[in-house]
Design a protein around this ligand. Sequence first.
Ligand code: ZN
Length: 311
Amino acid sequence: MNSETLVWWDMDSCPVPASYDASLVGPSIHLALEKLGYRGPVTITAVGKLKHTSEDVLRAISSTGITVKYDPLSRYDSFSDEVESWQLRNPAPASIMLIADSSLFDLWSRDLRSLQKERYNTLLVYRSAPPKKAPKLVTSAKWRWKSLLKEAMASDGKLEAKRQILQEKRSKRSFVCTLCYAAWRSVEKFAGHLQCLDHEVKKFETAIDTDCLDNLDQEMMEKELEELECFLKEEAKLYRRTKVTTKLVKRASILLAKKIQWEELKKKLKERDQLASQGKHERWKEFEGMKKRKFVNEGAESSRQKKMRLG
Ligand SMILES: [Zn+2]
């Protein structure tokens, strides 16, 4: 088969295993496809919230031509959009390989079935074993995520040779933020963006109705929460079951926390606009730079913690 294969890798449900060299993921996928006779071009997109993925892992993944996409929202929309635009460039027969948890295959099953009707091959890589009640999909091939990576490791020198070829070919603009519709070639700039104020505000606005938060009175909310907590204490003394009030307190405190977070973000935005109007861009850049360094350290720490857990 010499037509193109699109690979959609959900990094949240199928992360790079802790002890695995992230720069070998791309070559491993290529080798698994080649083994089955898929010899056409391969486009790999790694999608996720990237919360626990360090800068080093991102750099290693992208070094073999994988596009990394930050996407905290509906993975269904993200997948549909990508497949739709890919189909325009790649009429059937062509292939789509999906690397995800089985719950996502359920979510995508209708799209996958219609792709199959249009003569596209679907190849599925499950995080663990396929569930007993798997969606009725006619797949051309199935793998388990960790087995696919492990099998490639056992392919003698082929994996290393593949990595070298892919690293030489590396495509441009490998990092994308789907919230802000922006792309970067450098992982440092991408990581910096994920920590910057504009991105933080966008993320917040997408997750919650900020107009509604604007209309809330913080003082009144704090007072109401206090009253609810007092009521909860009284209720706990009198009755065994306090579920209703506990729920109300939880909901009120979450809303209050969001309100406080939103007010802080607005304050920072105001501060930045003031600095910008005074021509003090450099001071702001310094502030953003400090946050970026924090991100790098966090990444290093999390991989260290992972190692400790394994060891
Ligand atoms: Zn962004």
